[in-house]
Design a protein around this ligand. Structure first.
Ligand code: ATP
Ligand code: MG
Length: 409
C-alpha cells in the first residue's frame, strides 16, 4: 500500500499509534498511513476504498483481509466545540505531526527506508517514558477536551510519567471534561480502567482532578484516592477486569467508607448504577453486572453470619467472581476482613461439593399439589430450596411435605 503511493510519486508513512507501539516493541492495533496524496488521488489509486472521514481526508483502503486508514497530511482549523476542528487544511508531514495530541503519537515511520521521522521529539520521550503534549499543553487541551482522558489512558497503559507542564494543564482544565459526550468518556474509561494497568489510571484520574468531575453524580466524590482506603486499587491486578466490575469498585470508592453495608443494598446499588447509566450511557449488561456484583455481597456482611443456603446461593450467582474480587479488596484494607476470610474458607470447602443441586420441587409440582398460584409460589419454592441447600431435606417426599406446611392457602 505504502509502496503503491510511493511509486506514484507521493510521500507516504505509517503514522501515530502504530509507530509508537512498534518502537515500544508492542503489537500495533492498526497500521494507519499518512500521505501527501489528496483524498481523491488515494481513491483513484485504490479501487477497493471507501471515504470514511471525507472532511478529514481519511480513506479506508482494503488490503488483503484487513483495512488500512489512509489519511492525507492535514492541519486542523479552529476548534469551536471542544472536540472537533471546524475545518481542516491539507498540508505537509510536519504540520500533520504537530496537530497530533502527544509527542509519542506524533511519529512517522518510513518502512521502505526503515527510518523514523520525528518532528516533535517523540522518540526521546518514548525512550524517557514521558507523555508530553505537542506544542502548548493548555492550548491543545483547550482545543479538544477528550485529550484530557487520552493522556491518562496512554500514561497508564505504558507506565509513562506525564510531563509537568502537561500535567498542570490537565489539572487546570479538568472541569472541561464535562463537555465531552458521556459515550466518549465511557469509551475512554473502558480502555483505561479494565486492563492490568488500571490502578495507575484510577490514581491519575483523581490526582488530576478528572475523577471528581466524571463521578460528580455520586454523593461524596473524594479529592484523592488513597491506596490504604481504595477498594478499586486493591482489586487483584493480575488480570484485566470487566468495565462493570471496575465501575462497581468505583461506586464504593467514590461513596466513602467505612460503613459499607448500607451502600450495598439493592436500592442504593440501583441508584448508583442508574446514575452511571445517566452519566456514562453504559449498556444494560454493564448496569446488571454492577448491581448484581454489589447486591450479591450485601447478605454476606450482615451482623449475623450468612446461612449455609446463602453461602451456596452466592456461589451459584453469575457475578460470584466479581463479588469475590471486591470482597478480597475489602479484606485487604480491613473492611469486614474477619468475616471475609471465614467466607473464603467456607467457599473453598463448598465448591468441592454440589453447591447448586437441581431443585427437588418446581412450580409445576405446586400446581399438582393444588396450591393456589400467586406470590406465595416463590416463597414456598425459595423456602424448600433453602432447606435443600441446608441439607435439611433430601428427597422429593420431604420437599412436598415441607411445601404443604409452608403454604398459606
Ligand atoms: P490506540 O492504540 O489506542 O488506537 P492510537 O494512538 O492509535 O492509540 P487513535 O485514537 O487510534 O490512537 O488515533 C490515531 C492517531 O491519531 C494518534 O496516534 C494521534 O496521532 C492522532 N489522534 C487521535 N485522536 C487525537 C486527538 N483527539 N487529538 C489529536 N490527535 C489525535
Ligand atoms: Mg489506533
Amino acid at each position: 500500500m505504502l509502496k503503491r503511493l510511493r511509486d506514484s510519486g507521493h510521500v507516504a508513512y505509517f503514522a501515530g499509534g502504530c509507530v509508537r507501539d512498534s518502537l515500544l516493541g508492542l503489537e500495533a492495533k492498526d497500521w494507519d498511513v499518512a500521505t501527501d496524496a489528496p483524498p481523491d488521488r488515494v481513491r483513484q489509486l485504490f479501487k477497493l476504498s471507501q471515504a470514511v472521514g471525507a472532511a478529514f481526508g481519511v480513506i479506508l483502503v482494503k488490503s488483503g483481509r484487513s483495512q488500512v486508514e489512509v489519511a492525507t497530511f492535514r492541519s486542523d482549523g479552529v476548534y469551536e466545540d471542544g472536540r472537533h476542528p471546524s475545518s481542516v487544511r491539507f498540508t505537509s508531514a510536519e504540520e500533520d505531526a504537530r496537530r497530533r495530541d502527544f509527542t509519542i503519537n506524533g511519529l512517522f515511520l518510513d518502512p521502505i527506508e526503515d527510518r523514523v521521522i520525528d518532528f516533535v521529539g517523540g522518540r526521546d520521550d518514548l525512550n524517557a517514558k514521558i507523555l508530553r503534549a505537542i506544542g502548548s499543553p493548555a492550548e491543545r487541551f483547550t482545543e479538544d477536551h477528550l485529550r484530557l482522558l487520552r493522556a491518562v489512558r496512554f500514561a497508564s497503559r505504558f507506565g509513562f510519567e506525564i510531563e509537568p507542564v502537561t500535567r498542570e494543564a490537565i489539572f487546570a482544565l479538568a472541569p472541561r471534561i464535562k463537555s465531552i459526550s458521556p459515550e466518549r468518556i465511557a469509551d475512554e474509561l473502558r480502555l483505561m480502567l479494565t486492563p492490568t494497568t488500571r490502578n495507575i489510571a484510577w490514581t491519575l484520574l483523581w490526582e488530576l482532578g478528572l475523577g471528581r468531575e466524571i463521578f460528580r453524580f455520586l454523593p461524596k466524590p473524594p479529592e484523592r484516592m488513597d491506596a490504604q482506603r481504595s477498594i478499586f486499587l486493591n482489586v487483584d491486578v493480575e488480570h484485566s477486569i470487566s468495565f462493570g466490575l471496575a465501575l462497581a469498585a468505583a461506586i464504593l470508592d467514590a461513596r466513602g467508607q467505612p460503613d459499607i453495608v448500607p451502600l450495598l443494598t439493592r436500592d442504593e446499588v440501583s441508584k448508583s448504577a442508574a446514575a452511571m447509566v445517566q452519566a456514562l450511557r453504559i449498556s444494560n449488561r454493564e448496569y446488571d453486572e454492577i448491581t448484581e456484583t454489589l447486591a450479591g455481597i450485601e447478605p454476606l456482611l450482615q451482623a449475623n453470619p450468612p446461612t449455609l443456603a446463602q453461602k451456596k446461593r452466592f456461589l451459584a450467582r453469575e457475578t460470584t467472581l466479581q463479588s469475590r474480587l471486591i470482597m478480597d479488596a475489602m479484606a485487604r484494607i480491613g473492611i469486614h476482613s474477619t468475616r471475609i476470610q471465614q467466607l473464603r474458607a467456607d467457599w473453598s470447602e463448598l465448591s468441592a461439593g454440589d453447591f447448586a443441586p437441581a431443585p427437588l420441587l418446581s412450580g409445576n409440582d405446586l400446581i399438582a399439589l393444588g396450591i393456589k398460584p400467586g406470590p406465595q409460589y416463590k416463597q414456598i419454592l425459595d423456602g424448600v430450596y433453602d432447606a435443600q441447600l441446608e441439607n435439611k431435606i433430601a428427597s422429593r417426599e420431604q420437599a412436598i411435605e415441607l411445601a404443604m406446611t409452608l403454604r398459606t392457602a
